[in-house]
Design a protein around this ligand. Structure first.
Ligand code: AHR
Length: 496
């Protein structure tokens, strides 16, 4: 089967902000403890207590920002429990996630240092649900105030004289649910109040993100935009991809073809979700100043057998890779409004790019997609058009392709990423780059495909699914041809 894609190289509607490729680390299961953080005395190779292998994996995919400490944990987190000598920190029960002891050994200083080591922006989510305005205000003062104040003094006493930068701050998490079960109108007022005291002390801007809707709750977005638009820089939304729906999740590695298409259909629905939230936001913000921040997205399957159900530990197959590729193409194509996103979650929780077990680490198929897509970060989006037939089973039909393209500003370096959701038909892809100022000099491709639709990387077989080079033929001044296997993700880089 052959398909053709046209890329308009002569016009860029927006920049794909690199924050779209953000990650999320909650105090949940083995994301922080055992995932990023093992402590300085661990036999596992570490840099100041952070796992070296995990740090390197995230640096390689150019992690732009890391959201912390939650998630639902954020609205139960009291930051003062996580500062000072680690041995004296308060021990508590993580009631939301698995009922395990949280010893607070990973707190503000440890998080800020992790971001320095990862060379990414810290994105902290504050506590609205069970915290006070004063507590949130003091946290921001503790982190960012340079001069003399009670909180900067406390920070200095705890070993950090210099203020940090806090480029992104979320005012609560899922305040319609675990963050306080609020109505949109009530939260809208709370947001105005809390954000007032998220003070910007120096010249460095704090990008304030209002807690957003649960998936397709467009009314939440309407109320927040109507009441609070002028007080926010970003408005979040959370949307997870289930096999069928919340009540019909399945196993991460054992599923049939119908479940494959159903899951991918749910992934494609991100397009409608973004469009409709954007429509509401555009009523109040036609200039698109305010970013839609999809700060939790990814697949949510049943936990792996014999693991703590509260730890949300799941494996990650080619199906998850397709979800990642499709959703990231959607975010790229809507980058005029989607200014940030955070995959849930970074390590050992939900759709993780990285899994660990003791001293072992594996890179999941999702990690490979992030690696193949990283050239899009901060590049200029290009319009793409294609007329593809649909594929699927019964009611579970999806478009035959998913595509996005970009060019690195000021260069002739192009990236085109394509997903083939089709389980039966491999495709010969003809790609034309219209309005190129010069002719194509060089083209290279990488392909991610498994032996089976549920191929995955385990600790025993970590290289079952890895990106491989694929030949891309230059067929004319501005045209290319490449073969796209079934159930695969492709990236093509072109130099003209
Ligand atoms: O990512 C897991 C949980 O999903 C987060 O804590 C919460 O915000 C969401 O419901």
């Amino acid at each position: 089967m052959s398909e053709s894609i046209k890329v308009n190289a002569g016009n860029s509607p927006s920049t794909i902000r690199r924050d779209i490729y953000g990650h999320f680390a909650e105090h949940l299961g083995r994301c922080i403890y055992g995932g990023f953080w093992v402590g300085k005395d661990s036999p596992i190779e570490n840099i100041e207590g952070y796992r070296k292998d995990v740090v390197e994996a995230f640096k390689k995919i150019r992690i732009p920002n890391l959201r912390w400490p939650g998630g639902c944990f954020a609205d139960e987190y009291h930051w003062k429990d996580g500062i000072g000598p680690q041995s004296q920190r308060k021990r508590m029960i993580n009631t939301h996630w698995g009922g395990v002891v949280e010893d607070n050994s990973f707190g503000t200083h440890e998080f800020m240092r992790l971001c320095e080591i990862l060379e990414c922006k810290p994105y902290i989510c504050g506590n609205v649900g069970s915290g006070s305005v004063q507590e949130m205000s003091e946290w921001v003062e503790y982190i960012t105030f340079e001069g003399e104040s009670p909180m900067s003094k406390l920070r200095t006493e705890n070993g950090h004289k210099d203020a940090w930068k806090l480029p992104m701050f979320g005012v609560g998490n899922e305040n319609w649910g675990c963050g306080g079960n609020m109505r949109a109108e009530f939260y809208a007022d709370q947001y105005r109040r809390y954000q007032t005291y998220v003070r910007q002390y120096g010249k460095d801007k704090i990008y304030k993100i209002a807690g957003g809707a649960n998936s397709n709750d467009y009314n939440w977005t309407e109320v927040l935009m109507r009441e609070d638009a002028r007080f926010m820089d970003g408005l979040s939304v959370h949307n997870y991809t289930f096999e069928y729906d919340w009540d019909h999740k399945g196993a991460a590695t054992v599923f049939d073809e119908k479940a494959w298409y159903s899951t991918l259909k749910n992934a494609f629905s991100m397009d409608e979700l973004v469009r409709r939230h954007d429509e509401v936001m555009t009523k109040y913000d036609p200039e698109k100043r305010i970013g839609l921040i999809v700060d939790e997205w990814g697949t949510w399957h049943n936990v792996e057998p014999d693991t703590n159900p509260g730890f949300l530990y799941q494996q990650n197959t080619m199906r998850d890779a397709l979800v990642a590729g499709i959703v990231l193409n959607i975010f790229n194509n809507h980058s005029d409004r989607v200014h940030g996103a955070n995959l849930a979650q970074a390590v050992n929780v939900l759709m993780s790019p990285v899994l660990t077990e003791g001293d072992k680490m594996v890179l999941t198929p999702t990690w490979h997609v992030l690696d193949m897509y990283k050239a899009h970060q901060d590049a200029k989006l290009l319009e793409t058009t294609f007329a593809s037939s649909s594929t699927g089973i019964e009611n579970y039909r999806v478009p035959g392709l998913s595509v996005s393209a970009s060019v690195v500003e000021g260069t002739q370096d192009y990236t085109i990423t394509v997903c083939n959701p089709d389980l039966k038909n491999e495709k010969t892809l003809e790609i034309a780059l219209d309005n190129l100022p010069t002719t194509i000099q060089k083209a290279e491709g990488k392909i991610l495909a498994g032996e089976k639709m549920n191929s995955f990387n385990s600790f025993d077989k970590p290289d079952e699914v890895v990106a491989k080079d694929i030949t891309v033929k230059i067929t004319g001044k501005n045209t290319l041809e490449v073969n796209l296997p079934v159930a695969s993700v492709l990236s093509v880089t072109v130099h003209a």
